[in-house]
Design a protein around this ligand. Structure first.
Ligand code: IYR
Length: 222
């Protein structure tokens, strides 16, 4: 096997106490992240969105193919178009498409087909996964592990937005194919997640739900 060119790794080994402090403080900070559904109209500078998106785009990906496109929207007319299309789909979803079981699982979140946040929030970031790419000769290049790669990148995006002092909502209109036309993205790109980004509205509330404790989410073999 031929090995690719290698460069030295840029890595800082931290003292054990600093490592422990940093792990605990990041845990505490991320533990305060909540998915927000009530947004302020207060604008957020594009430079902040650029930094957060580039953090997301630093994610590991299958064969380093970086199979993602982040469509960042602050234009009101486009946000309105997305809101109208999403609400139309969501009315169908909540009307008859969602099973009783699904609606029961969603009940604690208090969600419905009205999505005013798609217009009030200053930024929408539509995360597209590229099912395949274009080779140098224009032919199709297979992309590997696209959902995993895009999922990891979106996790980093959510963490970096929170770290920057912003609120976000991971929104999944059902179905979301209409986003290709509105965002002008080609057929090889699949809209996977719509992130709503901004400041929470004054007096915003969130569902009184919690997170599973360590013992419920881990298994250890030491
Ligand atoms: N797409 C719908 C339903 C929905 C689905 C999940 I999974 C959620 O965590 C929340 C809502 C909507 O966005 O309302």
């Amino acid at each position: 096997m031929t090995s690719p060119n290698e460069i030295p790794l840029d890595f800082t080994t931290l003292p054990a106490d600093e490592m422990a402090t940093r792990a605990a403080s990041f845990r505490a900070s991320m533990g305060r992240r909540r998915t927000v559904r009530q947004f302020s109209r207060r604008p957020v500078p594009r430079a902040v969105i650029e930094d957060c998106v580039m953090t997301a785009a630093s994610a590991p990906s299958g064969a380093n193919q970086q199979p993602w496109t982040f469509v960042c929207i602050s234009d009101l007319a486009t946000k309105r178009e997305i809101r109208l299309a999403a609400e139309e789909e969501e009315r169908r979803f909540y009307g008859d498409r969602a099973s009783a079981e699904w609606l029961e699982a969603l009940a604690p979140l208090g969600t419905d087909a009205d999505k005013p946040f798609l217009e009030t929030a200053p930024w929408l970031i539509v995360v597209f996964g590229q099912r395949y790419g274009a080779g140098p000769d224009g032919g199709r290049v297979k992309h590997y592990y696209v959902p995993e790669s895009v999922g990891i990148a979106t996790g980093l995006l959510i963490a970096s937005l929170h770290h920057a002092g912003l609120a976000s909502l991971t929104h999944t209109p059902s179905p979301m194919g209409f986003l290709n036309a509105i965002c002008g993205r080609p057929e090889n790109e699949k809209p996977m997640i719509l992130m709503v980004v901004g400041y929470p509205a004054d007096g915003a509330t969130v569902p009184a739900i919690g997170r599973k404790p360590l013992g419920d989410v881990t298994v250890w073999r030491e």
